[in-house]
Design a protein around this ligand. Structure first.
Ligand code: OTD
Ligand code: ZN
Ligand code: ZN
Length: 361
């Protein structure tokens, strides 16, 4: 059934006069982040390190990060981009392929790698080396289950005959349910959920299954991509869905359930490759991540639920200590820059040029 057309949600609403003017949280973590490499990485890492104590670093470089040794080297390159005096720890992941040897899991665990990432081949940016059939990886997944290393999953089928708006829901039945049946004690994170189907699936699953939710999927429905012209900065994968799904994600994120936690999926691309006939997928939100989440939670009247979502539940699921220290946001109108330097290119943050209500102090 088609819902009535909905306006694109405006991210800012007027706060009631009784609303808090500042918000102090245990220092949050970002459980899903892309930082790229080289000069691009040097431009974006400080944005995340300013707000978050840790971030799970996605391994979809070219070539992908497939071994423990590559992950350790990449982690060192990231640490070299953290501004002096700032404490920030990148949490490294490996890119699962059809050929990841089960023996790599012990090496990964020993090297401090925290998870492996499953990209169905062709599902998103730099996923060509991804998994063609999950059953090919079962010996490695069994080693992960034994080692307690979580599997992070981009949950979309890639069959071109499946409508792009249905790919997540179809993945639940075709891949997720069999996976959960075959490896019930493998910790699995359903990354960047975008549908009511996924929110319900995760809410009803057992404690071995959790999900991350991005700020952009909480703030916008798919109308945002088509408002006043084609808007490539709102294009990401999995693509924004209709309003009923956005509302379900807000309900999940603000429910207080420890199965849902913060993962920005901030995915920087040079502006000229976003504003292109074949625009790259990905929204850059790291520059104002906590400000965007605070707005989404405030719009839902649930600022009191932000700390669990941003600072507690992810660490608890991964079996890591919660961060020491705090982060304070102030209610203060400020204008997000339209663009920032990105190596030799420019990077346009989502909502660049807009006025935000919350500001990280
Ligand atoms: N989605 N873009 C990217 C990754 C994510 O699926 C994702 O995790 C990217 O550019 O790396 C995007 O739209
Ligand atoms: Zn993904
Ligand atoms: Zn991602």
């Amino acid at each position: 059934m088609n819902a009535a057309p909905q306006p694109t949600p405006s991210i800012t609403t007027l706060a009631p006069t009784s609303a808090p003017t500042s918000l102090t949280l245990t220092r949050p973590d970002d459980w899903h982040l892309h930082v790229r490499d080289g000069a691009a990485m040097a431009a974006v890492v400080p944005h995340t390190a300013r707000q978050f104590g840790r971030a799970i670093i996605m391994p979809n470089l070219r070539p992908p990060v497939t071994s423990a040794a590559q992950a350790v080297a990449y982690g060192e390159r990231i640490k070299a981009c953290v501004p002096a005096g700032v404490t920030f720890t990148p949490l490294m992941t490996l890119y699962l392929t059809d050929n990841t040897p089960p023996e790599e899991i012990a090496r990964a665990k020993a090297a401090g790698v925290v998870a492996l990432k499953l990209y169905p081949a062709g599902a998103t940016t730099n996923s060509d080396a991804g998994v063609t059939d999950i059953r090919k990886t079962y010996a490695t997944l069994e080693a992960m289950q034994r080692a307690g290393l979580p599997l992070l999953v981009h949950c979309e089928v890639t069959d071109p005959s499946v409508d792009i708006f249905d790919r997540e829901a179809v993945f639940i039945d075709e891949v997720m349910r069999p996976l959960r049946r075959d490896l019930p004690e493998l910790k699995v994170v359903f990354e960047h959920i975008t549908t009511q189907d996924a929110a319900q699936y995760v809410a009803q699953a057992d404690a071995f299954t959790a999900a991350t939710i991005t700020a952009h999927h909480l703030l916008y429905n798919r109308n945002a991509i088509f408002t006043g012209g084609l808007r490539p900065h709102y294009y990401c994968l999995p693509v924004l869905k209709r309003e009923v799904h956005r509302a379900a994600l807000v309900k999940a994120a603000t429910s207080g359930s420890p199965k849902f936690f913060l993962g920005t999926d901030s995915a920087p691309h040079a502006a000229h490759l976003k504003e292109h006939a074949a625009a790259c997928a990905g929204c850059y939100t790291a520059l104002s991540a906590m400000e965007l989440y605070a707005q989404a939670f405030e719009n839902a009247g649930a600022l009191d639920k932000l700390e669990g979502f941003a600072s507690f539940f992810g660490a608890d699921f991964y079996g890591l200590a919660r961060n020491p220290g705090t982060l304070t946001l102030k209610r203060e109108a400020w204008t997000l820059p339209e663009s920032v330097a990105f190596g030799d290119a420019q990077l346009k943050p989502l909502e660049g040029g807009a006025t935000l209500n919350w500001k990280v102090v």
